[in-house]
Design a protein around this ligand. Structure first.
Ligand code: HSE
Length: 300
């Protein structure tokens, strides 16, 4: 039996569309055991009521990708999934399923894939390396796709930085949320984001949280996507007023994440209250960045 734990991730981090992401201390766990025949999938926690327990399950599909690649085929398989990450909320639940499946299957089949192979294969299956790279490596990761590879570098999160996540009670599939984006953006919008993404990386690297307010602004995707999230702008403003350093959409949404190093309870309360005043039920969690990425908890 192999058990692997994978952190949640918040992608984009404001202006870093498709290239920045951070791992958070909220985890999904994948347990894989070879069996004499058939497929059994047990799911508990988040998504237990809706996630498929057959060949359509994402963990299972990721496992199959690895088995095909390395030429391994057990007679049967048992998967047990323990999920803490809410599904389709912009916190990397699909990524955690895929990364968990890839790493667990790799360990079960003899560990032939390198870390780089794991990131590349998971990104091909998932489609979003800005979620995959921090889920595998932990911390904050800058990643781009080039020459058939994901090129990435990790930054350790600044000490004391935490994420207050307000998770609305409705799902927003990344595909739907991507389909609403324009095919082209203006030179001014591109330049606005390039500068802020660069500033954000430098600010995170040097631990200068005072710059996060400006450095987390975005003009590529957030305003279009957030138009489907009632109260989004008010939640942002309330979190900032309560002391958040920077506030942004988490991944493709609908979760909003506020980064702060103090006033965490107040920020959490005003974000939840503001969503409620706008007719949105939400769960609010205060999460630390996860300095480590996916890891095997048990191999026996
Ligand atoms: N960068 C991707 C997007 C992340 O915003 O569509 C998806 O989680």
């Amino acid at each position: 039996m192999i058990r692997v734990q994978v952190p949640a991730t918040t992608a984009n981090l404001g202006p870093g569309f498709d290239c920045l992401g951070m791992a958070l201390e909220l985890y999904n766990t994948v347990e894989i055991t070879p069996a004499s025949r058939g497929l059994i999938i047990e799911i508990s926690g988040e998504g237990a009521a809706e996630l498929p327990r057959d060949e359509h399950n994402l963990v299972y599909q990721a496992v199959q990708h690895v088995f095909r690649q390395v030429g391994y085929s057990p007679a049967g398989l048992k998967l047990r999934l323990f999920n803490q990450i809410p599904v389709a909320r912009g916190l990397g639940s699909s990524t955690s399923a895929i990364v968990g499946g890839v790493i667990a299957a790799n360990l079960l089949s003899g560990g032939k894939l390198s870390l780089k192979d794991i990131i590349n294969l998971s990104s091909t299956v998932e489609g979003h390396h800005d979620n995959v790279a921090p889920a595998v490596l932990g911390g904050i990761v800058v990643s781009v796709q080039a020459d058939g590879d994901v090129k990435c570098l990790k930054i350790q999160p600044p000490p004391g930085l935490k994420g207050v996540v307000a998770i609305p009670d409705f799902a927003f599939a990344t595909k739907t949320s991507r389909d609403m984006l324009p095919l082209q953006v203006s030179f001014q919008e591109a330049s606005f984001n390039v500068g802020r993404a660069a500033l954000l990386v430098a600010a995170l690297q040097q631990g200068d949280l005072s710059l996060l307010g400006v450095a987390m602004e975005d003009r590529l995707h957030q305003s279009l996507r957030s138009s489907y999230i009632p109260g989004f702008k008010k939640v942002l403003a309330a979190a900032k007023l309560a002391g958040a350093r920077g506030v942004t959409l988490s991944g493709a949404g609908p979760t909003v994440i506020a980064f702060a190093d103090s006033n965490l309870e107040l920020i959490a309360r005003v974000m939840g209250d503001t969503f409620r005043q706008n007719g949105v039920k939400s769960r609010v969690l205060v999460l630390k960045p996860s300095p480590i990425g996916a890891r095997a908890l048990e191999i026996k």
